[in-house]
Design a binder for this molecule. Structure first.
Ligand code: MNH
Length: 432
């Protein structure tokens, strides 16, 4: 299923705000109108559902926060222990790492030279990886020093591609046609677990938990139970951060750079804003919340290309969505790509216009029209983290560089569970 969310969006434009389709033998109900989405977001009657893609992702991330079932006790424990590390004020502790890693990306682009066409999604992916690995477990993959990515990264990326492709395929097909790919996938999973287990064991052995997310998980108990997280669960959380915290933020940075390269007047306003707030020296933690226009650029990017393009919900009881009955246990897919293009956004939902998010213009029912980070208890824990790193990276890049698009580039969106701009290359020379 290479572009399943974009098919979902096109079909929603044809068949309406709720419709049913057979996807390779599985009946899927697609929901994309604000009223219908609000109904399935109601936590009393509906709950998160993993669906096929996230169930398959459990082979990598197990009972980590993102892929845990609602009923798994390890979810509540890990959520209680980790939530304080993801508040807005916790970002203060990660800010310097975000600035330092973006500075390293910038030095790497300098090495390539002003004429080079940089592979934007590849490089933002490396940046997000460097940031999350630094903050989560104090590791430096040196992504900008080596041509070959680290084994852990190669294997995780390949595992995600496999899971995305195999999502709706038949087990018999996987065991025959894709036998070698399946075997390699199983080997990848064994290997990534071993690599992360070694990191956790080494840290336990060092006696000092450390001040990063791994240290927090090793040193804290869940106040409700007095229990700490198991080593296996900690490994699953680290793999979750690598999977959930990397491709998503990296995709937003890449889409935003694409839009900024096509809209020089928007890039100019961002530059003016950054120069006003921090004319000299490094961007500070306090500056980031003041980047109001850049924030609108990010929000508008996430509206048009919500990098997590949808999510699943399952009925907790017999219920209704409008006049459509659902039995307990039936599930739906929320097509964010279409909700974010709903008529509630005005007559030109396809246009990139950051000022839509100006206080005076933003739709009154924004909460029903915009859900890039999901909904309810199981909404994204990394939201503040994502905004902070994306704002830091974009502020620094736009302040320092020009963004030149390739003539004739037409945006095509690639899906590997998350979305990214296919073959996006830009020239990113220093501003004189
Ligand atoms: Mn994130 C859950 C989108 C960045 C860690 N994330 C979700 C969900 C969406 C989402 C949507 C809910 C999925 C569902 O209902 O099945 N996440 C994003 C987007 C970005 C993002 C659009 C970037 C922009 N996420 C991040 C970052 C991290 C992260 C960065 C970690 C550092 N996300 C998570 C975790 C969950 C999650 C963990 C699962 C939370 C839970 O269920 O308790």
């Amino acid at each position: 299923m290479t572009e399943s969310s974009q098919w979902g969006m096109r079909d929603a434009q044809k068949y309406g705000s709720i419709f049913e389709r057979n996807v390779f033998g599985t009946r899927v109900t697609y929901v994309s109108g604000p009223t219908e989405v609000a109904a399935v977001n109601d936590e009393k009657t509906w709950a998160k559902f993993l669906g096929v893609p996230l169930s398959n992702l459990r082979s990598v991330a197990g009972d980590g926060l993102f892929t845990a079932h609602n009923s798994e006790p390890s979810w509540a424990a890990a959520h209680a222990i980790l939530a304080p590390a993801f508040t807005q004020s916790a970002m203060r502790g990660y800010h310097d790492a975000m600035v330092a890693r973006t500075t390293r990306l910038s030095a790497y682009w300098d090495e390539l030279g002003a004429d080079a066409w940089v592979d934007v999604p590849a490089d933002t992916n490396k940046l997000a990886l460097e940031i999350i690995s630094d903050v989560a477990f104090g590791h430096d993959f040196a992504s900008f020093d080596t041509a070959e990515p680290h084994e852990l990264i190669v294997r995780i990326s390949r595992a995600l591609r496999y899971i995305n492709r195999a999502a709706y395929s038949h087990p018999v097909v996987e065991a025959t046609v894709f036998r070698r790919q399946r075997d390699r996938h199983e080997a990848d999973v064994v290997a990534v677990r071993r690599i992360v287990d070694d990191i956790v064991t080494a840290r336990r052995g060092s006696g000092d938990g450390g001040s990063d997310l791994l240290g927090l998980m090793l040193d804290t108990v869940d106040p409700a139970t007095g229990q700490g997280l198991s080593d296996e669960n900690i490994r699953n959380q680290i793999l979750t951060f690598l999977v959930a915290g990397q491709e998503t933020s990296a995709g937003v940075m890449a889409f935003a750079l694409h839009f900024l390269s096509l809209h020089p007047e928007v890039a100019e306003r961002v530059r003016a804003e950054v120069e006003l707030i921090r004319p000299e020296g490094e961007l500070r933690f306090e500056d980031v919340g003041k980047l109001r226009y850049l924030r609108r650029v990010v929000d508008e990017t996430l509206r048009l290309w919500p990098v997590a393009p949808g999510y699943f919900r399952k009925a907790r009881q017999d219920t209704w969505v409008g006049e459509h009955p659902f039995e307990k246990g039936e599930w739906v897919f929320v097509v964010l790509l279409q909700l974010h293009r709903d008529a509630g956004w005005g007559s030109d939902p396809e246009a990139f216009d950051p000022d839509r998010f100006e206080r005076s213009r933003v739709p009154a029912n924004l909460a029903d029209l915009y859900k890039p980070f999901g909904t309810g208890m199981r909404a994204c824990i990394g939201r503040q983290f994502a905004y902070h790193e994306i704002l830091v990276a974009l502020a620094m890049i736009v302040q320092q560089r020009t963004l030149v698009p390739e003539t004739g580039y037409v945006l095509q969106v690639e899906e590997t569970i998350t979305l990214k701009p296919r073959d996006l290359r830009l020239q990113v020379g220093r501003r004189s």
